[in-house]
Design a protein around this ligand. Structure first.
Ligand code: G3I
Length: 499
């Protein structure tokens, strides 16, 4: 990834020994083969750079001790780029001193910066209650103020409601939203959507100023395909719909990854599959605010927390387009969740000690990626989307069309005991107004979760029909839905019926 500071991409190689070496062990002479070895990196940033991702930290100017530049190659201002600090009520900028300090520090330490954040219901300061026009002014000012010195910007933060409803939030700025046709979403051309309109503005500014800054949407409790107990993660599914629908404006999605013992905020076994399905849309996925409660499942701050960190880092490493991890602070004592001791260091005030969690993360990063051959780096499964900004970003109403045929194909991402199936529905030579896909699951396989479809049946012969926003498909065009299951789905053959 071009944004990863290149000076850290080198590998530290230990000196080559002769082809064999004689070792004296317990009085016995052992002949040891000595193939050339690569020494493990000793900092998070070097290990991450070797694996092709950044490893970052949230910081404020008072926390810029030397460990920040030594251990991390990405920096997110924890509070200093929020509208409450830098926005006036008209969308102009103010008080950018701390943000400048952080950007300058990052630049001189060869770190990538993530701007955090523009459109958010919280910490809005004087921007609270602003119109879309004022938000757009602020978006333009913030993007151009730092330009390419900021590699990623969180354009929209925490747009989705709590408690796994899958709904948007109802407080400002989401009070700007209008569901004009009353179909329950904000995706239609006649609807108003603060997410869409903010990203359209941001993409225009990026293009007009020839910036390389990538535009991200960020949220919490969207990490797993499921939540505790195996229920579908409706918040994650809603985010998936948003990213899929507005893919032409959105470059990256941030899973905040504040893991705690809330049923919606735990580490699930399907974290990797969820990262993968977003990556399959062609966006970069980042874990943007990682901290892990020491009291998740085993009440073990030592090895238990370290193991959990290891799992999360591995899930990212196993998806080629998961290109960065950021921990939300350096030491437990300085964290917004200090009592839960969720970070990689103890100590504080510039004097830090590494925890078992640190060692686990470093070790896992040093193992590098183990990317599924179905998703090689640099070969998007979705075709690249034109960066141009069309005036109408959403699905336009289409007049009724005669019935026509469709076809369906499936791609599987499988692991031991489970799978995610992504099904592509393609209209034939005429447009279709609805579709239904049938397939037969092998014995023992069960559907546990699905998105962008209404599923009937969970085992054996199952059927998936379109939902309101994806039934209409133009001639020769495609739409996708997905489902997750237990067991194995190898060999399933979908058949499509158009309506
Ligand atoms: O700096 C003032 C200090 O002068 C004052 O004495 C003190 C009194 O309360 O407040 C200090 O400001 C606090 C600030 O953190 C800096 O420490 C604010 O009260 C406090 O509200 C603020 O909390 C921040 C929180 O966002 C606000 O929502 C946390 O530091 C920050 O870690 C947290 O970050 C958010 C992400 O932006 C979005 N995702 C969730 C994450 C955790 O809540």
């Amino acid at each position: 990834m071009s944004s990863i500071p290149s000076q850290r991409k080198r590998r530290t190689r230990i000196a080559l020994l002769p082809a064999t070496a004689l070792l004296l062990v317990g009085g016995a002479v052992i002949v040891q083969s000595t193939t050339p070895a690569v020494a493990a990196e000793t900092t998070l940033r070097a290990a991450a750079a070797n694996a092709g991702l950044f490893f970052g930290v949230a910081a404020s100017p008072g926390r810029l001790s030397s460990i920040v530049g030594q251990e991390f190659n990405q920096l997110t201002p924890e509070n200093d780029m929020k509208p409450s600090t830098i926005a006036t009520s008209t969308g102009a900028l103010q008080n950018t001193g701390n943000a400048d300090t952080l950007v300058n520090y990052a630049q001189s330490n060869n770190m990538v910066v993530r701007g955090h954040t523009m459109v958010w219901h919280s910490q809005a300061g004087s921007l609270q209650g602003a119109s879309q026009a004022t938000l757009n002014t602020f978006i333009g000012n913030a993007l151009t103020r730092w330009g390419n010195r900021i590699a990623y910007w969180d354009v929209v933060n925490e747009a989705l409601a709590d408690n796994n409803t899958g709904a948007r939030r109802t407080q400002w700025p989401h009070t700007l939203n209008r569901d004009a046709n009353g179909d329950g979403d904000f995706f239609d051309a006649t609807d108003t959507d603060v997410i869409r309109d903010s990203f359209i503005r941001a993409k225009q500014v990026v293009q007009q100023n020839n910036l390389s800054t990538k535009l991200c949407i960020n949220d919490y409790d969207i990490e797993g395909l499921t939540v505790q107990g195996g229920t579908a993660n409706r918040k994650a599914n809603a985010m998936y719909d948003i990213v899929r629908t507005y893919r032409q404006y959105i470059d990256c999605v941030g899973f905040q990854a504040h893991f705690n013992d809330n049923p919606n905020s735990i580490i699930t076994g399907d974290l990797q599959a969820n990262i993968q399905r977003f990556a399959d849309l062609g966006v970069e996925v980042h874990l943007t605010e990682l901290d892990i409660d020491d009291d998740l499942s085993n009440n073990d701050i030592g090895q238990g927390q370290a193991d959990n960190y290891r799992k999360v880092v591995r899930a990212c490493l196993n998806v080629a387009r998961c290109t960065g991890i950021t921990v939300w602070g350096i030491a437990d004592s300085e964290s917004w969740r200090s009592s839960e001791r969720g970070l990689l260091f103890t100590g504080g005030n510039g004097s830090y000690q590494r925890k078992a969690a640190y060692t686990a993360v470093l070790d896992e990063l040093n193992k590098g990626r183990n990317v599924s051959p179905t998703s090689p780096p640099g070969s998007p499964t979705s075709p690249p989307v034109s960066p141009s900004v069309p005036p109408s970003p959403t699905v336009s109403p289409t007049p009724p069309q005669p019935p026509a045929g469709c076809s369906a194909s499936v791609s599987l991402n499988s692991w031991n005991g489970g799978f995610v199936a992504t099904v592509r529905v393609t209209a034939g030579s005429a447009p279709i107004n609805g579709w239904s896909v049938g397939l037969t699951l092998p014995s023992g396989a069960t559907v546990s979760n699905s998105w962008n479809t209404t599923a009937s049946g969970t085992s054996g012969a199952v059927r998936f029909t379109n939902v309101s926003h994806n039934g209409r498909v133009a001639a020769g065009q495609s739409t996708e839905f997905g489902f997750q299951g237990t067991g194995t789905a190898t060999g399933i053959t979908p058949t499509c019926t158009a309506s």
